[in-house]
Ligand binder design. Structure first.
Ligand code: FE
Ligand code: ZN
Ligand code: FE
Length: 180
């Protein structure tokens, strides 16, 4: 569908976000599995639960609009997630891998923040006040997730730099470990 009004563009953006959230729900378990830091695992787990709520908020907005949430694949999120999993599965050092997971996850959060900021603004312009509030709530959660990752990176990046390994395995030349 080619949007020919701001209303149609708004619905297109919501469908894109809905597909992106569902891709994230599928991708997060592998990232959690690949993470070594218990704090990082916990933060990602928590965001997985939050992400399910975000998807259901979008369903709520669609049902009020009388529209179906189904839409095209979010190719942008597909690329961001693919790049992240390709990178992470190539890294043997657990601290460096954790730093890479954070780097990838922050790209995901920022991509979402861009989409939700736009959708929230469209909703406000179109007088969709309830939707605007819901989208803003999600936007705030994405920002919180990003802040949490920044906080975790403060320790994890330093550990990655100093070569400390939480498993006591200093070998960086071992065979590649597949994550999926
Ligand atoms: Fe999200
Ligand atoms: Zn997209
Ligand atoms: Fe998110």
């Amino acid at each position: 569908m080619k949007p020919s009004s701001l209303q149609e563009l708004y619905v297109e953006q919501l469908r894109d976000l809905y597909d992106a959230e569902n891709q994230i729900i599928k991708a997060l378990p592998d990232m959690i599995e690949a993470a070594s830091s218990p704090e990082l695992k916990e933060a990602l787990n928590e965001h997985l639960e939050v992400t399910k709520t975000q998807a259901s908020r979008l369903e709520q907005i669609f049902s009020k609009l009388g529209e179906k949430p189904k839409g095209d694949k979010c190719k942008g999120m597909q690329g961001v997630l693919q790049e992240g999993s390709d990178l992470v599965e190539d890294i043997d050092d657990t601290n460096v891998r954790d730093a890479a997971i954070i780097a990838s996850a922050q790209r995901v959060e920022h991509y979402e923040m861009a989409g939700y900021g736009t959708a929230r603004t469209f909703a406000t312009l179109l007088g969709e006040d309830d939707a605007s509030t819901l989208l803003e709530q999600t936007l705030d959660e994405e920002k919180e997730a990003d802040d949490k990752l920044t906080e975790l990176a403060e320790d994890i990046n330093v550990e990655a730099q100093s070569g400390k390994d939480v498993r006591g395995d200093k070998s960086r030349t071992g065979s590649r470990r597949k994550i999926a």
